[in-house]
Structure formats: structure tokens, C-alpha cells
Write a protein that binds this ligand. Structure first.
Ligand code: COA
Ligand code: NAP
Length: 275
């Protein structure tokens, strides 16, 4: 292959499955692959959200299937991946990004609150990878996990997400070793604070906390969804063909700046949710 061959970014006819793909960053990734010609299977809990997402993806000129499935329910995922593969063939690219978050100190978190996030982010990522595996193209498939800086930056008010995403990145590395010989690559993308997303709204619920977050980033701006979708596409393309088991920050340098302080944001989000 010519190393500067931009046809590597033509995904015509390929099958891309996105878990948690009905909104935000993951939907942005789905849109980028749709524009590049891929056929999409999009999963999330809400039947309305996945139907709307599939409709928007089809409006980009490709085929898309929206399936309601909770990543905490293995049987639902098994059915969803089988349905996707029946329609579009083996999965070339699997994006796993279903997640939940809220700001709460460990003492303000019930055991079920902690468990809920671990179940969605970590156990859900295991379920997605494990149950999609039968349908992954072998050799050649690429799995992309959407992690977060909390995986390696201890962050107050984020005990659940820190624990869960650290596990997600370790899962990425273990599966890279187990599935590498089958020709399956798997990497984590670690987004920084991405503008216009639910995730950022939950961590920076006011104008002040949002501005402080942007100022903390060495590149002095919030990320854009396309910053993440470009990295996803690069990893999935032939340009990424020797990359596996990598944890890749796409965060304007935020991960270099140490622990973040969500005290003001947590107080604001408590005020917002107060009756
Ligand atoms: N502070 C403390 N605990 C909270 C909380 C908060 N802000 N929000 C929810 N919880 C607790 C609940 O009280 C419950 O615990 P309990 O049974 O001991 O009372 C537990 O978390 C589960 O809540 P529930 O609403 O039943 O969970 P769910 O499965 O319906 O929803 C969430 C999962 C809570 C993560 C929800 O916020 C969600 O669906 N998020 C998806 C969108 C999102 O977070 N996007 C950003 C991605 S980074
Ligand atoms: P988002 O729009 O809320 O996306 C979360 C997606 O996951 C939605 O499509 C949601 O749809 C789905 N989902 C949630 N729980 C699910 C479950 N149990 N089963 C199946 N699907 C589920 O949030 P986002 O901010 O774009 O975040 C996307 C990813 O980026 C997450 O992995 C997050 O940790 C990561 N991230 C985000 C930021 C940021 O700045 N936003 C920074 C770092 C990392 P349903 O409601 O229909 O289920």
C-alpha cells in the first residue's frame, strides 16, 4: 500500500457497529463512518433514540440499523449483534462507548450508584466486546473503546467512573493480547472535554465551570466531536494497522495536568438537582 493512500478512509460497504451510538461522541463517530460509506448498526437503550439516529445516518446516504439494547443485558446484545451481522455481514469496526456519569462524592454514592456506572461502563464494555466477538471479521476487525481521563487521573466525585474506565483500559490491553493472534486490533480513545455533549454538561454544568475546564486544557479549547471521530477513523483504517492495545488521549494535553477539581461543579450540580 502507498503509505499516503487516502483511499484508506473509504469505508464503503464495511460494517461499523456502535454501542451507545445514539448520541454525542459515539453518534458523531457513527456519522463520520456513514459519510465514509460504511453501513451502521447503532445500539442504545432508547428505541426512540436509536430509530432517530438510524434515520439521520440513512439521510447521509448509507444503510443503518438502530436496535434498542442495554449493554447490561447480554441476551439483548447477543440478539442485536446477530441481527446487525445478518443484515450487513461481519463487523469490521466495533465502537464501544456506552457510559453513564454524575458527580457525587464516594460518601454521597450508594453502593447501587457505584455499581450502576461500573455495570454500564466496565461490565457493559466486556459484554459488548465478548458478545460481538463471534461476528467480528477475523482477521481484520478493529475494536475501539471510548474511555476517559478518569481511567488514569484520580478524580474526586468520580470514584465510579475512575474505577470503571481504568478497568476498560485494562480490558483493552488484555484483549489486544488475547485477540491479536486472530487479527483483531483493539484500542482505547481517551477523549478530553468535548463541547456540546451530555458528558461534559454533567461535569461542567455552569458557564463558569465550562470556561474553567477549557482554560485548564493546554491547547486552551474544548474538544470537538470530530477530534474524536477522526482518531476513530484513523485507528480503523489501514493507517492504524499496526496499532493495538494502545490508550490514546485525544484531549488537547489535559491528561498532562494532573487531578481535576470538580468541587464547584459538584456543588452546582447538587443545586441544579435540588428540589
Ligand atoms: N448522585 C448520586 N447518586 C445518583 C445520582 C447522583 N447524581 N444519579 C443517580 N444516582 C444513583 C441512584 O440514586 C441509584 O441508586 P439507588 O438505587 O441506591 O438510589 C443509582 O444511581 C442508579 O440510578 P438509576 O437512575 O436507577 O440508573 P439508570 O440505570 O436508570 O441510569 C445513570 C444510569 C444514573 C448513569 C443515568 O444518569 C444515565 O442513564 N446516564 C446516561 C447518560 C450519561 O450519563 N451520559 C454521559 C456519559 S459520560
Ligand atoms: P452521551 O451522549 O450521553 O452518550 C452515551 C450513549 O450511551 C448514549 O447513546 C446512550 O443512549 C448510551 N447508553 C447509556 N447507557 C447505556 C446502556 N446501559 N446501554 C446501552 N447504551 C447506553 O454522552 P457523551 O458525552 O457523548 O459520552 C460518550 C462516551 O465518551 C462515553 O463513553 C464517555 O465516557 C466518553 N467521554 C466523554 C467525554 C465528554 O467530554 N463528553 C469525555 C471523556 C470521555 P441511551 O440513553 O439511549 O441508552
Amino acid at each position: 500500500m502507498n503509505t499516503m493512500d487516502f483511499s484508506a478512509f473509504d469505508f464503503s460497504g464495511r460494517h461499523v457497529a456502535v454501542a451507545g451510538g445514539s448520541s454525542g461522541i459515539n453518534f458523531g463517530i457513527a456519522q463520520a463512518f456513514a459519510r465514509a460509506g460504511a453501513r451502521l448498526t447503532v445500539l442504545s437503550r432508547s428505541a426512540d433514540k436509536v430509530a432517530a439516529a438510524a434515520q439521520q445516518l440513512e439521510a447521509l446516504g448509507t444503510q443503518a440499523l438502530g436496535i434498542a439494547a442495554d449493554v447490561r443485558q447480554p441476551e439483548a446484545l447477543e440478539r442485536a449483534f446477530a441481527q446487525g451481522a445478518e443484515r450487513f455481514g461481519p463487523i469490521d469496526v466495533l465502537v464501544s462507548g456506552a457510559a453513564g456519569n454524575f458527580l457525587a462524592s464516594a460518601l454521597d454514592m450508594s453502593p447501587n450508584a457505584f455499581k450502576t456506572v461500573v455495570d454500564i461502563d466496565l461490565l457493559g464494555s466486556f459484554n459488548v466486546a465478548r458478545l460481538a466477538h463471534a461476528h467480528l471479521r477475523r482477521p481484520g476487525a478493529c475494536v475501539i473503546q471510548i474511555s476517559a481521563g478518569q481511567a488514569f487521573t484520580p478524580t474526586p466525585f468520580q470514584a465510579h467512573v475512575c474505577a470503571a474506565k481504568a478497568g476498560v483500559d485494562m480490558l483493552t490491553q488484555v484483549l489486544a493480547l488475547e485477540w491479536g493472534p486472530q487479527g483483531i486490533r483493539i484500542n482505547s480513545i481517551v477523549p478530553g472535554p468535548i463541547a456540546d455533549t451530555e458528558g461534559l454538561k454533567r461535569l461542567a454544568p455552569t458557564g463558569d465551570t465550562m470556561a474553567a475546564m477549557a482554560q485548564r486544557v493546554p491547547l486552551k479549547r474544548l474538544g470537538r466531536i470530530e477530534d474524536i471521530s477522526r482518531m476513530a477513523m484513523m485507528l480503523a483504517s489501514d493507517w492504524g494497522s499496526y496499532i493495538t492495545g494502545a490508550i490514546i488521549p485525544v484531549d488537547g494535553g489535559l491528561s498532562l495536568t494532573g487531578p481535576r477539581d470538580f468541587t464547584a461543579a459538584a456543588a452546582a450540580s447538587k443545586r441544579e438537582s435540588a428540589p
